[in-house]
Ligand binder design. Structure first.
Ligand SMILES: C[S@@+](CC[C@H](N)C(=O)[O-])C[C@H]1O[C@@H](n2cnc3c(N)ncnc32)[C@H](O)[C@@H]1O
Length: 229
């Protein structure tokens, strides 16, 4: 039984979570995986950069869908070490960096940029989208898969249990309009919005999702591009 709660800084928390992050029954990872698979089925990128790439599960999926240049950044050394253990990661570029500084550490452009379940830990969306705009190819896509603001506002947020302590970390609720405003400021415009609910997946749902309302949005997907001239 969980006995107490503790709040840690983001990198310290994910360094601890890294050990069993991929094995954790996480409804958000399930929804984000389904949404990313659909995006990759619509358009297969040759090159991908993921901000806050964690253990590299999204980069591995992009690899499996045919991307040949893969790179990512994360502020947690523990999460990056797990990513580096993947056999396919030998060919990836993994950088320990904050999202806002990552664009200065790698050469773009990339066909697909990902923010997946990391912006809930980021207060300054403008700095994050400015970094993305620097790395995005002219006709590339910036895909955002984040906890849905309605779900986040209900008190949901990233957390895990370690040694009977419930570990939390700083989180921020961002409305769709806030992502859009930060993207527009960076010169990118919205091309797609999907409010993902459990009812939108045809596969058997993990227990943690199945017990929620089928129509309550869990994940917000937004896609951005440079405006065509
Ligand atoms: C919930 S995990 C998601 C990992 C991965 N994107 C995925 O979908 O499996 C969030 C990740 O974002 C990273 N992160 C959070 N804030 C960050 C920041 N400001 N700069 C870089 N990485 C960050 C964390 O260290 C963690 O690995």
């Amino acid at each position: 039984m969980t006995e107490r709660k503790e709040t840690l800084g983001v990198s310290q928390a994910y360094d601890l979570w890294a050990e069993d992050y991929d094995a954790f029954d996480n409804p958000m990872l399930f929804m984000a995986d389904r949404a990313l698979r659909q995006a990759l089925s619509r358009r297969r990128p040759g090159s991908v950069f993921e901000f806050g790439c964690g253990t590299g599960r999204n980069l591995a999926l992009c690899n499996a869908y045919g991307a040949t240049r893969l790179a990512g950044c994360d502020i947690s050394g523990g999460m990056l070490s797990k990513a580096a253990e993947r056999p396919e990661a030998a060919a990836w570029t993994l950088i320990r960096s904050d999202i806002a500084s990552a664009a200065g550490r790698i050469d773009g452009p990339f066909d697909l940029l990902l923010f997946c379940l990391c912006l809930e830990h980021v207060q300054d969306l403008e700095a994050a989208f400015a970094a993305a705009a620097r790395l995005l190819a002219r006709d590339g896509d910036l895909a955002v898969f984040e906890i849905h603001p309605a779900f986040s506002a209900s008190g949901a947020g990233a957390h895990f249990v370690r040694d009977e302590v419930e570990i939390h970390m700083p989180t921020f609720t961002h409305e769709a309009a806030a992502y859009r405003a930060a993207a527009e400021k960076a010169g990118l415009h919205l091309t797609r919005r999907t409010d993902w609910t459990p009812a939108m997946t045809s596969e058997p749902l993990p227990e943690k999702i199945a017990r929620r309302s089928a129509d309550a949005p869990l994940l917000l997907e937004l896609s951005f591009r440079r405006p065509t001239a």
